[in-house]
Design a protein around this ligand. Structure first.
Ligand code: NSS
Length: 456
C-alpha cells in the first residue's frame, strides 16, 4: 500500500511561525511561552498588567499575555521619560506593549525576564474590581468575564480545553464518526420534568437534554459514532454538581452490549485523566491537585449491581429503598470505599429513562450503568444498552405517557433493521471538576448557566 502523501502546506510547524533573526527588529509580537528561543534578543511583547512594584529607580511590571507570565524590568536611567512614567503609573489589567531584551533567569516564572527599553499603555484599565483578597462567590460570578483572568480559573479552563481535545482524539483514533445532533428538538430525550421549551413558529421546541436518540439513528450509517455539544436541563437543583447548560459527549456503538459499554467507559475515562496528567501538569500544580490519586486511574474499574449497592448503603445507615434512584449523598457513600471510579449497574426500571433495555434475567431492572467518580464527585457518566425490541419500546413510551407521534422516527430504528447497541453520556464539567479537584462545576465552564444566573 502506498503511504499517504504528506500535505506540508496545511499545517505550518510552530518553528515556521517564529520570525527569524532578521525579521526580529520589526514589531512582531512574540508570545511569552516562546521567549526562551529569543535569549538576549530584542523582542516586543504585549499583554495585561498583573502587578507593578517600584523600588526606587527600578520598576518591576509583571504581565500576562495568555501564554505565560513575564517580569519586565524598567530601569529609570535606561529608558526615556514617557516609558518611566507609563511603567510607574500603569494600573492593574491595563493592556501594555513592551520592547526589550530577553534575559534568561532561572528564578523568573517561565525562565526569562525582559529588560525593557520602551513600554506603552495600549488600553488603560479603570480600578480593577477583583483584588487578591477573599470575594464572595456571587460577586465573583457577577464578574465572571473578569474572573476568568485569575490563575485558578485559567488553570481550570485550560484543563477543560485539553480534556475536550482528548475526547475528540480518543474517538477519532478509534474510528468513530462525529455526528452533530440538533439543539432544537421535538422529542423529549430524557425526562419531561426538566425541559426548557421555546416557541417554534407556533409549535413547541425543546432545548436538547441529550443527543442520544439521534446518535442511535446514525449507528446503522456509521456503526460507531459520537456527539459532543451543549445540553440543557431545567433542573431546579442548586448543588455543586448541577448546571442548566452543560457539555456532554455521547458515544453510541452498534453491536455493543452493556458489558462492552462499560469497558469503553473505563478506557475512555482513564485516557482523559492520563491526558490531563501528561499535558496539564502546571495547571494541576496551580490548582494544588494531588495527582497521585489520578495516576492510579486505570481499567478495570470495580462494578457493583444496583441491588448490591442498596444493601451496602442500608448497612451504612442510608435510608435508601430498592426502586429509588441514588441521591448525591448515596453516591458519595458508595464511592468512598474505592480509589477508582465505581460502576453501579442494572437499576430498577422505574428509576431510569424509557429507552433502556429490559434485563432478561430480572425484568424489574434495565441494562444500564452510572459511573461514580471517587473523592465525592459522584456520577460523571450515565449509560445503557438500548431497548431494541419495537413492542417493548412502544410499551415503555406509553407507560411513561410520552407523546407517541414525536417518537415515530425513533421507533423506525427498530422497524428497519434493529440491532443490539449501547452508549453513554459523560458530563464534561463534572469530569473536569473531579480531575482538577475543584469543588463546584460552575468554575469548570467559561460562562456557567445556573438556576439563578443568566449573566454575564
Ligand atoms: O442524564 S444522564 O445520566 N444520561 C443521558 O443523558 C443519556 N442520554 C446519555 C447517553 O446514554 N447517551 O446524563 C449523563 C451525564 C451525567 O452522568 C452527568 O455527568 C452529566 O451528564 N449531567 C450533568 N452535568 C451537569 N449538570 C447537570 N444538570 C447534569 N445532568 C447530567
Amino acid at each position: 500500500m502506498n503511504p499517504l502523501p504528506s500535505v506540508p502546506h496545511l499545517s505550518p510547524s510552530p518553528e515556521s511561525l517564529v520570525p527569524d533573526e532578521n525579521e526580529m527588529s520589526r514589531t512582531h509580537l512574540i508570545e511569552v511561552k516562546d521567549l526562551s528561543r529569543h535569549a538576549e534578543a530584542t523582542v516586543t511583547v504585549a499583554g495585561w498588567v498583573e502587578t507593578v512594584r517600584i523600588h526606587g529607580r527600578v520598576a518591576f511590571v509583571v504581565i500576562r499575555d495568555g501564554t505565560g507570565l513575564l517580569q519586565c524590568v524598567v530601569v529609570k536611567k535606561e529608558v526615556d521619560e514617557a516609558t518611566w512614567e507609563a511603567a510607574t503609573g500603569v494600573t492593574q489589567e491595563s493592556t501594555v506593549e513592551l520592547t526589550g531584551s530577553v534575559k534568561p533567569d532561572d528564578r523568573a516564572p517561565g525562565g526569562n525576564e525582559l529588560l525593557v527599553s520602551t513600554l506603552s499603555v495600549v488600553g488603560p484599565a479603570e480600578e480593577y474590581p477583583i483584588q487578591p483578597k477573599e470575594h464572595g462567590v456571587e460577586f465573583l460570578m457577577d464578574h465572571r468575564h473578569l474572573w476568568l483572568r485569575s490563575s485558578a480559573q485559567r488553570a481550570g479552563l485550560r484543563v477543560r480545553s485539553e480534556v475536550m481535545q482528548a475526547v475528540h482524539d480518543f474517538y477519532y483514533d478509534r474510528g468513530f464518526t462525529r455526528i452533530d445532533t440538533p439543539i432544537l428538538t421535538g422529542a423529549i430525550g430524557e425526562s419531561a420534568g426538566t425541559l426548557f421549551s421555546t416557541d417554534y413558529f407556533g409549535d413547541t421546541a425543546y432545548l436538547a437534554q441529550t443527543g442520544q436518540l439521534y446518535v442511535e439513528a446514525a449507528c446503522p450509517a456509521f456503526r460507531k459514532v459520537y456527539c459532543f455539544g451543549p445540553t440543557f436541563r431545567a433542573e431546579k437543583s442548586k448543588t455543586r454538581r448541577h448546571l442548566t447548560e452543560f457539555w456532554m459527549v455521547e458515544p453510541e456503538v452498534a453491536f455493543a452490549d452493556s458489558d462492552a459499554n462499560m469497558r469503553l467507559q473505563e478506557e475512555f475515562v482513564s485516557y482523559l485523566v492520563e491526558r490531563a496528567l501528561e499535558r496539564c501538569a502546571p495547571e494541576l500544580e496551580t490548582l494544588e491537585r494531588d495527582t497521585s490519586v489520578l495516576e492510579r486511574i486505570r481499567p478495570p474499574f470495580p462494578r457493583v449491581s444496583y441491588t448490591e449497592a442498596v444493601e451496602r448503603l442500608q448497612a451504612k445507615g442510608s435510608g435508601i429503598e430498592w426502586g429509588r434512584d441514588l441521591g448525591g449523598a448515596d453516591e458519595t457513600l458508595l464511592a468512598e470505599e474505592h480509589h477508582l471510579p465505581l460502576f453501579v449497574y442494572n437499576y430498577p426500571k422505574e428509576a431510569k429513562a424509557f429507552y433502556m433495555k429490559e434485563n432478561p434475567d430480572d425484568p424489574r431492572t434495565v441494562l444500564c450503568n452510572d459511573l461514580l467518580a471517587p473523592e465525592g464527585y459522584g456520577e460523571i457518566i450515565g449509560g445503557s444498552q438500548r431497548e431494541d425490541d419495537l413492542d417493548r419500546l412502544l410499551h415503555r413510551i406509553r407507560e411513561e405517557d410520552l407523546p407517541e407521534e414525536a417518537y415515530n422516527w425513533y421507533l423506525d430504528l427498530r422497524r428497519y433493521g434493529t440491532f443490539v447497541h449501547s452508549g453513554f453520556g459523560l458530563g464534561i464539567e463534572r469530569t473536569v471538576a473531579w480531575i482538577t479537584g475543584r469543588p463546584h462545576v460552575r468554575e469548570m465552564i467559561p460562562f456557567p448557566r445556573l438556576m439563578n444566573r443568566l449573566t454575564p
